[in-house]
Design a protein around this ligand. Structure first.
Ligand SMILES: C[S@@+](CC[C@H](N)C(=O)[O-])C[C@H]1O[C@@H](n2cnc3c(N)ncnc32)[C@H](O)[C@@H]1O
Length: 309
């Protein structure tokens, strides 16, 4: 036994445990509005923060100390804590492409599926998207939305030859696996004459997407329907799979007709090209992928609700 290697790995394990617990504390702080209350507020004591957020000072005191120890907040020695401006962007500014707060909500939700995953690993059965912890859906929306808001209609669509022009001329778009519809609504907003339809097999997500459309004043210009990548109807000039192409995958090597239906595109833009553009986005995505796959992506493709192969 190499003693040095043993202790190095113990150190790594302890660090990962701390990161895991801290991630849960970040999700908790987000849920309670603690970061938002600290943003632009300058240094605060536990008592002040508790008062502002209608929380109990004793708990907030522990949370602040843990967050400072993890480097998320700064302790000023006089009993006050501050959220640095740069950290505030990452933890609270959902218009910024570097905002990560949704990732904590998403990760925390996947951890809460552990009981289901133990069963799935043993039986080989899948776990449908809708069977995950309820925080997964808003977490997913909040994690991906900053990227879409900053790149979808300004960079990604214009990178597809002729797509921007076609959309301005009123093209028909299917946004497959649209979730809560952030990408769908951004396209509808940017291209008022385009016909944009969002499809998702998870009924609750479709209900939320319709609600988001109504809130954005876009209900009369968008449609959201329950359908999977293999069975959505119609033909389109542009078909988008925004972080959902892998969700349309199936269990065994499929006949071509059971693959996600990119063949419904009458325009020249293939989903592979789309995915290539999307995957250039950020390095955080590749980190997320490797850990998310065994917990949520792979189980989903093995779910009986996923298209059969
Ligand atoms: C990672 S989420 C992305 C959601 C949304 N596009 C976004 O970026 O916020 C994957 C989405 O794919 C959907 N999905 C799961 N299985 C699918 C299938 N077979 N066909 C199409 N979409 C599917 C899920 O319901 C979920 O909304």
């Amino acid at each position: 036994m190499n003693e040095q290697e043993l202790m190095t790995f113990v150190g790594k394990g302890v660090g990962d445990v701390a990161a895991m617990v801290n991630g849960a504390l970040v999700a908790l702080g987000d849920r309670l509005g603690l970061y938002v209350a600290m943003r632009d507020a300058g240094p605060v004591t536990a008592e002040e923060l508790a008062r502002r957020t209608d929380t109990a000072e004793r708990y907030v005191r522990e949370w602040l100390a843990a967050q400072a120890a993890s480097g998320f907040l700064r302790y000023l020695v006089d009993g006050r804590y501050v959220l640095p401006a740069e950290h505030a962007v990452v933890l609270t500014d959902e218009t910024s492409p570097v905002c990560l707060i949704g990732a904590f909500q998403l990760a925390s939700a996947t951890v809460q599926s552990t009981d289901r995953l133990v069963e799935a690993f043993r039986t080989g059965q899948g776990i449908g998207w809708g069977e995950h912890h309820h925080e997964l859906f808003p977490g997913c929306e909040r994690f991906f939305a900053p990227g879409y808001r900053n790149h979808l209609v300004t960079t990604w669509i214009p990178a597809l030859d002729g797509a921007d022009t076609a959309l301005r001329a009123g093209a028909a778009v299917a946004d497959v696996g649209c979730g809560h519809g952030v990408s769908t609504l951004l396209m509808a907003q940017a291209y008022p004459t385009a016909t944009v339809t969002g499809y998702d097999p998870h009924p609750d997500s479709v209900v939320t997407a319709r609600k988001r459309a109504a809130e954005a004043g876009l209900a009369d210009r968008t449609r959201f329907e329950v359908a999977a990548a293999t069975d959505y109807p119609g033909r389109y000039d542009l078909i988008t799979f925004c972080d959902s192409l892998h969700d349309g995958a199936t269990r065994r090597p499929p006949p071509a007709t059971r693959a996600p239906r990119c063949d419904r595109a009458v325009g020249p833009w293939s989903s592979n090209r789309w995915r290539a553009i999307g995957s250039r986005r950020t390095s955080t995505r590749s980190v997320r992928r490797t850990t998310a796959s065994p917990r949520s992506c792979a189980p989903r493709t093995r779910s009986p609700r996923a298209p059969p192969r």
